[in-house]
Design a protein around this ligand. Structure first.
Ligand code: KG4
Ligand code: ZN
Length: 362
């Protein structure tokens, strides 16, 4: 589809605990974020130290229209009639949460007789790694189509609360999962271990913050050494459940963790997870002889992961694309960027063709 002018896409994301909308501008050379709005449910789920699906769906129902309306006005659009298509996450995720986003998107598409673009949440995370900011003031960034083509074949590491996958991308829209977690996701490990350590929710940022505080472990009895699960295995799969159990056993040896011990555990946990993620990504990038590595998903907000991955991938003399920090955790701009690319390729559907798929694979 060749664009005579920049078309505008509305993007909607409600797969888990963030109600998000964005407006994206699409022309034949680039896909650009005009606005991005998120109503976070983190304060709501902090009380239960995790997402309660029913509470999440209800919050999406309350927030979805105000969030869309804010995204439109931030993009300086007066009404929804200026939108040419709607991109929405159809899965994977929580079924009740996904339904709020998809039904809203279908209603808009039906009422306005405009096309829909169904986006896999993981595709959104992967594509966000290509986003670049042309100026600090630019909302979120943009993707140049020629840059994507130059970067392929690429290997993406998607690390979030629900997924840890190594994905090979040989050509646009063609994904092959070459490795994945066999139990917990990396983000899930951060969240569960934070809980064991008495740290805040979500666990990733809490562990990162605790790990960066200065600490000194005085007790000789408490020597914190955690395993690097499956780091030496000859496949590209991951496992993080054993790490959580190892923390549990060592925490039990202490009566109540003091700040010093919390920091020491946080430091070793973060280092163990980063070591495994970087090592496996490096080996896969070398084996598949890719031109670039992409790092995306909530856990890619982690500074130690970003820095260590940068240093390791440099050894292969290939490029590393990392999602800008504001696009790492769930947002609708990433769904709009992936949607814009599919829109340009004519991959649109009618409202009645969209079905939610809580277990959707890539
Ligand atoms: O992509 P995301 O927002 O949602 C899912 O699709 O799951 O990822 C959320 C996950 C949570 O597990 C959270 O603890 C983790 O990303 N996370 C981090 C950091 N920020 C978020 N993990 C490590 N370091 C961080 N700075
Ligand atoms: Zn996500």
């Amino acid at each position: 589809m060749i664009q005579s002018r920049a078309d505008k896409l509305l993007a909607i994301e409600t797969s888990c605990d963030e109600t998000a909308a964005a407006v994206i501008s699409v022309d034949s050379k680039s896909v650009r974020i005009l606005s991005s709005t998120i109503a976070s449910q983190i304060p709501l789920h902090r009380k239960t130290l995790g997402v309660v699906p029913e509470i999440a769906s209800r919050a999406h129902v309350e927030k979805i229209i105000p969030v869309i309306s804010e995204a439109l006005s931030k993009a300086k659009l007066e009404t929804i009639s200026e939108i040419d298509a709607v991109a929405v996450t159809y899965g994977p995720g929580l079924v009740g949460s996904l339904l709020v986003g998809t039904e809203t998107a279908k209603t808009i598409a039906y009422a306005r007789a405009i096309p829909l673009i169904a986006i896999n949440h993981l595709d959104g995370h992967i594509i966000s790694a290509f986003a670049e900011k042309k100026s600090p003031a630019q909302a979120g960034g943009q993707i140049s189509i020629s840059n994507i083509k130059k970067s392929l074949p690429a290997l993406a590491l998607v690390v979030s609360g629900g997924h840890t996958e190594l994905v090979l991308i040989n050509k646009p829209f063609s994904y092959r999962v070459v490795g994945r977690t066999v139990d917990d996701a990396a983000g899930e490990a951060f969240d569960k271990i934070a809980r064991l350590l008495g740290l805040d929710y979500p666990g990733g940022p809490a562990i990162e913050a605790a790990a960066s505080t200065k600490f000194k472990v005085k007790s000789k009895k408490l020597k914190i050494e955690l395993p690097r699960p499956m780091i030496g295995s000859d496949n590209f799969n991951f496992s993080f459940a054993g790490l959580k159990t190892a923390v549990l056993y060592q925490v039990r040896k202490c009566k109540k963790l003091n700040k010093n011990q919390q920091a020491a555990f946080a430091h070793e946990t973060q280092q163990a997870i980063v070591d495994v993620l970087v090592h496996k990504t490096y080996r896969a990038a070398r084996q598949f002889k890719v031109k670039s590595v992409l790092l995306a998903g909530g856990v890619s907000a982690n500074k130690l992961l970003r820095q260590t991955m940068g240093e390791k991938i440099k050894q292969l003399s290939i490029s590393l694309h990392i999602a800008p920090p504001e696009l790492t955790t769930d947002n609708a701009a990433m769904i709009g960027l992936a949607g814009g690319l599919r829109y340009l390729a004519g991959k649109t559907v009618n409202w009645y063709d969209v079905r939610v798929d809580p277990n959707a694979g890539l």
